[in-house]
Design a protein around this ligand. Structure first.
Ligand SMILES: [Zn+2]
Length: 311
């Protein structure tokens, strides 16, 4: 059995302009580092299909999906940019990239549930965890992880899935979509008082939100995970784990002020993998979210993948 690695050249085509931190070079940095370290040999590279509207609508309102797809097609055909908010812009390649990203998460879910892979990582962009049921924001258009989780529940008939979000920013979009859906337990930590300035008051009893003060280092965050996440997860006994894998809580990342290093991502992944082995036949689908210091991002993804792939 193997670790599937989903990525696609079209995920590079979404370009929000010079100097934007959520840039195509993020995927290059990851791919280069995997090759340089030889980790690529341990991975099973797969091409994601395009997500369908039906798949996307499991997490998003139909009206929103139709409108954003229409805007994406218009921008593609006119070759223009269209700003949704100051951080989030539709560009010529956004349609293809966004559909590949969501398609990767869905295909990875199918593969893992069919036993074609033990677990999977989707090195895709745009990311997804800020996209709410009916609003694109914070670099995100479609909520890849929420779409994949709903696919596992609604199409494959799973009864309990966990979503783990360790991005430095609160996954407000995922919370908006899954809060109150008792088939899902969402565990996250994020930097307090940072974009999108939410999460302090959870929106449902199935949300375990840990706001963390700026400048907290990995050791303290590990203790919180051990104390707060793990007992809830053990009790919940998820049949599959979905990970919003943002690496912007890294000490070297300027978009946040938390102090994680590669060893912390390795530790978190080990804890999640052990949990998945106990309750979920090892089934994990992890999707890239943030991570903007290219070197720290590549090293952290490698640390995450080394654990997933038993390297
Ligand atoms: Zn982030």
């Amino acid at each position: 059995m193997s670790t599937a690695f989903y990525s696609h050249p079209e995920c590079r085509l979404h370009d929000m302009g010079a100097g934007h931190p959520e840039c195509p070079q993020r995927l290059d940095a990851i791919a280069d580092h995997l090759r340089a370290t030889g980790l690529d040999i341990a991975l099973d590279f797969r091409d994601p299909p395009l997500a369908t509207e039906e798949q996307i609508e499991r997490a998003h309102a139909t009206g929103y999906v139709l409108e954003i797809l229409d805007q994406m097609r218009r921008v593609r055909d006119l070759g223009e940019h269209h700003a949704i908010d100051p951080d989030t812009t539709l560009a010529g390649g956004t349609l293809q990239a966004a559909l590949r990203s969501a398609g990767a998460a869905v295909a990875a879910t199918d593969d893992v549930l069919a036993g074609r892979a033990t677990n999977a990582f989707c090195a895709v962009r745009p990311p997804g965890h800020h996209a709410t049921r009916d609003q694109a924001m914070g670099f995100c258009f479609f909520n890849n992880v929420a779409i994949a989780a709903r696919h596992a529940l609604d199409v494959h008939g799973l009864q309990r899935v966990a979503i783990i979000d360790f991005d430095v920013h609160h996954g407000n979009g995922t919370e908006d979509i899954v809060a109150g859906d008792e088939r899902v337990l969402m565990c996250s930590f994020f930097q307090d008082q940072l974009y999108p300035f939410s999460g302090g008051v959870p929106k449902g009893t199935n949300m375990l939100n840990l706001p963390i003060p700026a400048y907290t280092r990995g050791g303290a965050i590990r203790e919180l995970i051990e104390m707060m996440w793990m007992p809830r997860l053990e009790e919940f006994r998820p049949q599959m784990l979905f990970v919003s894998a943002g690496f912007d809580a890294h000490r070297e990342d300027d978009l946040g002020q938390l102090g994680l290093v590669e060893a912390d991502y390795e530790w978190i992944t080990q804890r999640l993998k052990a949990l998945a082995d106990r309750h979920a036949q090892g089934r994990i689908v992890s999707c890239l979210e943030g991570g903007y210091n290219l070197s720290a991002l590549a090293r952290s993804v490698a640390a995450h993948l080394r654990v997933l792939a038993d390297m």
